[in-house]
Design a protein. Sequence first.
Lengths: 287, 515
Amino acid sequence: MSKGKTDDVTGTETTGHSWDGIEELNTPLPRWWLWTLYLCIIWGIIYTIAYPAWPMVSGATKGVLGWSTRANVAAEITAHESKNADLATALLATDMDVLPASADLNRYAVARGGAVFRANCSQCHGSGAAGAKGYPNLLDDEWLWGGAMADIEYTVRHGIRNEQDADARYSQMPAFGELLEKDEITAVVEHVVSLSNAEFDATLAEAGATVFADNCSACHGETGLGDRAQGAPNLADAIWLYGGDRNALTETVKNARFGVMPAWGPRLTEADVRAVSAYVHSLGGGE
Amino acid sequence: MTDQTTPPSLYAAREPIFPRRVTGFFRRFKWAILIVTLGIYYITPWIRWDRGPSLPDQAVLVDLASRRFYFFWIEIWPHEFYFVAGLLIMAGLGLFLFTSALGRVWCGYTCPQTVWTDLFILVERWIEGDRNARVRLHKASWNLRKWRLRLTKWAVWLAISVATGGAWVFYFTDAPTLAVDLVRLTAHPAAYITIAILTATTFIFGGFLREQVCIYMCPWPRIQAAMMDPDTITVAYRDWRGEPRGKSNNRRRSKAEAIQIEADAQAAGPGEARYPGTPYRQAAKPAAPVIQPVAETGDCIDCMACVNVCPMGIDIRNGQQMECITCALCIDACDDVMDKIGKPRGLIDYLALSDETAERAGEPVKPLWRHILRPRTILYTVVWLLIGLGLVYALFIRSEIELTVSPVRNPTYVTLSDGTIRNIYDVRLRNKSGEARDFRLKLTSDEILRIELEGTEDLTLSIPADTTVLQRVYVTARPEDPAAKSAATDLRLWVEDTSAQTRASKATTFNGQGN
């Protein structure tokens, strides 16, 4: 601070800095501004004591008010769950097969199941449940392991081809690349193509029919209609999990497929398993 | 050192205002408006209206919890919010219309700030006395009497404020139930908080801030000024008649003289020989004779009556001011004085500034209707009416059943095992009637399409009273049908009330493999 050099025009003290004759005035801050600043500082200190604020080595100070976003969310979830407690109890008590008959309970189950689906299932099956290559579309009417409420519930609870659950649905297609000759594979692929009424080479397909009967019909059935008990897909319809063109089919025959779904029984609550089953059942393919 | 100019302070301390009691036409008119508007405000929530067993029986109810607005026989659902928007636009246009025709009549007569301030000043006058007594009390030191009067006044104000805040919450839930809950202290905290906030604002705005609200807080004075023009009828002072003002007692006529002038005027008959400066209010007084002002001084005797009664604390004789809410109390005060000194009324009057030149010259002024009927006001009226008629029309064509269709586009379509293409639609079916109805769903399209409902074999659903039901609807096209192969096919979903024979429809599209 210099010793009170003042500006001629305003009479205000200057800082002594001058640029091309323009002097910098040392106008004091308005009193209200200063008080606001001091109040903000005091408020800030009180705030950091009351609420979580100061970062420490592991986590931050908790604050004397004990406020926490996680606790708030948990409390809200609990509050909502307690509002629906009656419905949740009813869901556990109701036989899944008759669930769609009780409108209110079904609406609750489908809404809850939708939330469970979006959090746990949509990563593979898609948020709209339309699936993707290797992940079945749950909106259509083809089911590898059955589309009745009980079938869906079993699949959700135990999963498919996983190692955690002994009751998981299980089947395995051999990799025919090591078992069949190359031309046999070409022929059987042509036969499979012929099953779904696409354009095909008749002589090749006929040759493939023998290969099919010898190697594939045990699981997929003589006419290729599949077998749900073994999770063997229907080869005569319009739906292909891994693609229905000759290249994709050849790859499937050669190397086989082994789609895995985790068992959700241990991961979800009983009510959630039931709810998500009801949801999947309500998407359009439920039997 | 050159001159040291101190910048003007940006803060002006409030000058307390002590409006004097006034009587007259406008004061009576304002009391009437006060009684009617406050009456509507306090009584409306208590009016009952029978809507049947499943709906509330309060005539005017904003039911936030179940998202309905009830107004007598009208029930508005959230998706019909355009009614509220339309009413707000009409309110805005109405304000434009009145402002361009009659100036700030909204501010002067019906604004809640004006109405409640009027009521508070009335209370103030009952307890503390009229203007002079209040000025004395204001200046007096805080002795026992002053404390007693002030505390009484504040207590009454507070009671009015609590009633005001209390009435507000009744619009949002069943009034009798809430009234009991409020007294038992079992009502929802939101009710108490709302009452507390509105009590505080009423108490502070009506009791202490008063004209400060209009001058510094309200944007309307600024906006309304832009909507007025020289043809607008507004409260103004005829300075050409009043000036130069003076207090000279010799200008007062004796009572006998005044009676004589009045008698002459009666004899001259109405319309004849009217004082040129009072074109609008013939009915207020028998027509006065032509009196040319005596040489030096005008009619204004500078009695300050107009200033003393002004709730805004301004002097209307200074011309148009942003502070003036055109409450017209100065007209009453001045007319009263003019009657006493035997001058014609209307020194302060409702008049259009565009008439000034004609009035100064003593020529006839434009008739009132030509001030009111101008292209601008006609345009406002026409637009206002169009919106109003549109809303009334919309109100009458609303059907009791409705549907909204949101096509599920994730995925755009589903291929079924036989190659059939299926589209999914989330359809919301709305039954606005007071009883359960059977709704049948149908579709129409130029192409072959089929409709199915999730969870049920047939196409009829029972929808409970006053509810919306979400139904998943499937539309399918067989692989050989054109709709399955083309990109998009137009279709229309219909919902039909099987008993009432009413129906509604929504157009949507069907996506095929060409998509």
